[in-house]
Ligand binder design. Structure first.
Ligand SMILES: Nc1ncnc2c1ncn2[C@@H]1O[C@H](COP(=O)(O)OP(=O)(O)O)[C@@H](O)[C@H]1O
Ligand SMILES: [Mg+2]
Length: 215
C-alpha cells in the first residue's frame, strides 16, 4: 500500500544572501513513521534542508507541502549539543517544555517520567547534566522531544560522541522510532550511520544501557 508523504519538498532551491547556492532543485518525499537519512559531506546543504522544513528561512524557489491528513505536525529539533539547562535536573529538563506547553502538572510529570524511562534513564531523574556522560545527556535531550513527538529533525546528533556510545544510540533511536512510530529526518555525514539507521531495525524495543551512577 502506498502511504502518502507527510512532507513533500518540491524543486527547492536556496541561495544565502552572500550568494552561496546551498540547494538547487531538491525533490524529497518523507513517508510518515519512517526514518530518513540525509547523508553528504560537510557544506552540501543538509542543515539547510532541516532549517527549511522547520520553517526557518526562505527558499528561492520551490515549495514544502505538508500532508494535512496528519493532524499533529509538531516538529522537534535535536542538535549535536544536548543543550540542557545546567541548573535543572534530568526530570526538570524533560518536564519544563511540557510545563511551557501548559500541560497540567501531574500529566506533565507522568509524561516526563515515561520519556525518561523510554531513553533508559530511570533512576537518574534527580541528576544534573554535569553528572552525566555525553551519551546520557543526548538521551535526556531526546527524552525532552519525544514527549511531544511527531517529526524529529536530527542534525548530526551523535557526532560529538565516541563510537561505542554512538553505536548504542543508533540502535536505541531505531527502537524508539519503531515503538513510537516517529517520523525522523536524520542528518549525518557518516555513510555507515546513514545505511544502518533506515535498514536495520531489529524489532526489540529496549534501550541498551550505558548507565553510570551520578551519586
Ligand atoms: N547563514 C548562512 N549564510 C551564508 N552561507 C551559509 C549559511 N548557512 C550555510 N551556508 C552555506 O551553505 C552551504 C550549505 O550549508 P549547510 O546546510 O550548513 O551544510 P551541511 O549541513 O551539509 O554541512 C555551505 O556552503 C555553507 O557555507
Ligand atoms: Mg550541518
Amino acid at each position: 500500500m502506498h502511504t502518502s508523504p507527510i512532507i513533500s519538498l518540491e524543486n527547492i532551491s536556496k541561495t544565502y544572501v552572500n550568494g552561496t547556492i546551498a540547494l538547487q532543485d531538491l525533490n524529497l518525499e518523507i513517508t510518515p513513521a519512517t526514518l530518513v537519512s540525509l547523508v553528504g559531506p560537510s557544506g552540501c546543504g543538509k542543515s539547510t534542508v532541516l532549517r527549511l522544513i522547520a520553517g526557518l528561512g526562505n527558499m528561492k524557489t520551490g515549495a514544502i507541502a505538508w500532508n494535512h491528513t496528519h493532524n499533529q505536525h509538531r516538529l522537534a529539533y535535536v542538535f549535536q549539543e544536548a543543550a540542557l539547562l545546567p541548573w535543572a535536573t534530568v526530570l526538570d529538563n524533560v518536564w519544563l517544555p511540557l510545563k511551557l506547553a501548559k500541560l497540567p502538572k501531574r500529566q506533565a510529570l507522568v509524561a516526563a517520567s515515561e520519556a525518561i524511562a523510554q531513553v533508559g534513564l530511570t533512576g537518574f531523574e534527580h541528576c544534573y547534566p554535569r553528572e552525566l556522560s555525553g551519551g546520557m545527556k543526548m538521551r535526556v535531550s531526546i527524552a525532552r522531544v519525544v514527549t511531544q513527538p511527531d517529526i524529529l529533525l536530527m542534525d548530526e546528533p551523535f557526532g560529538a560522541l565516541d563510537e561505542i556510545t554512538r553505536s548504542k544510540l543508533n540502535t536505541d533511536i531505531l527502537n524508539l522510532q519503531h515503538q513510537m512510530q516517529l517520523t525522523i529526518i536524520f542528518v549525518t555525514h557518516s555513510v555507515y550511520e546513514a545505511v544502518y539507521l533506515p535498514s536495520s531495525h531489529n524489532g526489540s524495543a529496549s534501550w541498551s544501557s550505558d548507565r553510570r551512577y551520578c551519586h
